[in-house]
Design a protein around this ligand. Structure first.
Ligand SMILES: NC(=O)c1ccc[n+]([C@@H]2O[C@H](COP(=O)([O-])OP(=O)(O)OC[C@H]3O[C@@H](n4cnc5c(N)ncnc54)[C@H](OP(=O)(O)O)[C@@H]3O)[C@@H](O)[C@H]2O)c1
Length: 227
């Protein structure tokens, strides 16, 4: 079946690679990010649909789900991949605006998209939601308190969602990649996962047999030992 997928954070890094790999496998993809130029390039390269959206605005998040549903016909798979790393900052230097920004993108946006997806997928009795969390939500790190806390929130929400969604036939997967060499951080990390590899794990999970639900997908580069 030609599955229809909404991917957030598709203009760069892991999300861009997910989009490329799914399109190559004949999935229909609606991609989103803020950068219009990068989005246009991705559409040309892959044939995906897409629209720019700033996920820090709650109303735009809801409109995005509607727009993607209209573009694709319906949404079989939602991949909440977009995330935002505000950079390293000790607790004593984090202000309310930085905390709010992290909350809006790393937690509220995926929460609202899951809510919209669950309403619709639940009625159909099928669908798959994947929330890209991080191995940071299995450990902790100094100077990453805002990012780490909101990823923990997304982890907790995903565990609740797994239980609610299964009652209406919807699969939910928490995805916990380790360090990946993307634009996410200022410095290059060739010792980390390639974004193609991080994406491939997610694509394999979407392609799992129908009778399998992967609740947690945890993977790391060999250099990472935060377990
Ligand atoms: N890289 C890592 O080491 C690592 C490790 C574990 C988990 N993760 C998680 O994996 C996911 C993907 O990360 P990545 O490494 O691929 O990051 P990335 O290269 O920085 O890409 C982030 C994506 O999110 C989008 N995004 C950020 N803020 C947004 C906003 N306000 N509205 C809409 N889109 C927004 C960006 O789009 P625009 O730039 O177009 O706005 C971009 O497409 C994130 O959830 C991240 O937390 C990453």
């Amino acid at each position: 079946m030609n599955q229809k997928v909404l991917v957030t954070g598709a203009t760069r890094g892991i999300g861009r690679e997910i989009t490329k790999q799914l399109c190559a496998l004949d999935f229909s993809v609606f991609a989103t990010g803020r950068d219009r130029q990068l989005l246009d390039r991705l559409k040309k390269e892959t044939g995906c649909q897409g629209a720019a959206c700033d996920l820090s605005d709650a109303e735009s998040v809801i409109s995005l789900y509607t727009q993607a549903g209209e573009g694709l016909g319906s949404i079989d798979v939602l991949i909440n991949n977009a995330g935002f790393n505000p950079g390293k900052r000790p607790v004593v230097e984090v202000d309310a605006a930085q905390l709010d920004a992290s909350y809006a993108v790393n937690f509220r946006a995926p929460y609202l998209l899951c809510r919209e997806a669950l309403k619709e997928m639940g009625q159909r009795g099928r669908g798959h939601i994947l929330n890209v969390v991080s191995t940071i939500a299995r450990t902790s790190a100094p100077n990453y308190s805002a990012y780490c806390s909101l990823k923990y929130a997304l982890h907790g929400f995903t565990l609740c969602l797994i239980k609610e969604a299964r009652q209406v036939g919807v699969k939910v997967t928490g995805v916990y990649p380790g360090g990946t060499d993307t634009d996410f951080r200022a410095e290059e990390r060739p010792d980390y996962l390639k974004p193609e590899s991080a994406a491939q794990m997610i694509v394999q999970c979407i392609n799992a047999p129908d009778d399998v639900v992967v609740h947690e997908l945890v993977y790391r580069p060999m250099v990472e030992s935060n377990f």
